[in-house]
Design a protein. Structure first.
Length: 150
């Protein structure tokens, strides 16, 4: 019986890691980003939280790819866009936001990815990354406060 329990635990271990890995696989193109931005701008305040979190995540992933390709200026512009979306997320944060916990998880994951990216970035690219990371940490803290107030 103990053997069956051990096998069941081992079989279930990779499941959370597989879903966490999928966060980085879907990077939208320019048209999808524009559509997502329009959806976020026109959405109700309850819906905006998660949509802006998706935009922040997407722009950070795009910046990661741009830095890997040596396009520092474009990556910096992408991170500035991520910061503006994070600011919109922060100002529009409401108590009864839908998918608030999912948005918080996505922002935490994005902050983690940005921190990883900073490790290998040049000194010229770091100020924008640090400012973006600081803002993401602030947004995440506010989101956590909202989650635990419920």
């Amino acid at each position: 019986m103990r053997f069956v329990a051990v096998i069941a635990v081992i079989a279930l271990l990779p499941v959370p890691f597989a879903s966490a890995g999928n966060l980085d696989e879907k990077i939208p193109d320019a048209q999808q980003l524009a559509a997502l931005e329009v959806r976020a701008a026109e959405a109700s305040p309850r819906e905006q939280c998660y949509l802006y979190a998706e935009l922040v995540h997407s722009m950070t992933e795009i910046a990661t790819i741009q830095l890997q390709q040596g396009q520092g200026a474009q990556a910096s512009a992408s991170l500035e866009s991520a910061r503006s979306y994070a600011a919109k997320l922060q100002t529009g944060l409401v108590n009864n936001a839908r998918k608030l916990k999912n948005a918080e998880i996505l922002i935490r994951h994005t902050a983690f990815r940005l921190k990883e990216l900073m490790m290998g970035a040049s000194l010229d690219d770091r100020p924008t990354m640090e400012a973006t990371l600081q803002q993401l940490n602030t947004v995440e803290a506010r989101m956590m406060m909202q989650v635990f107030q419920k």
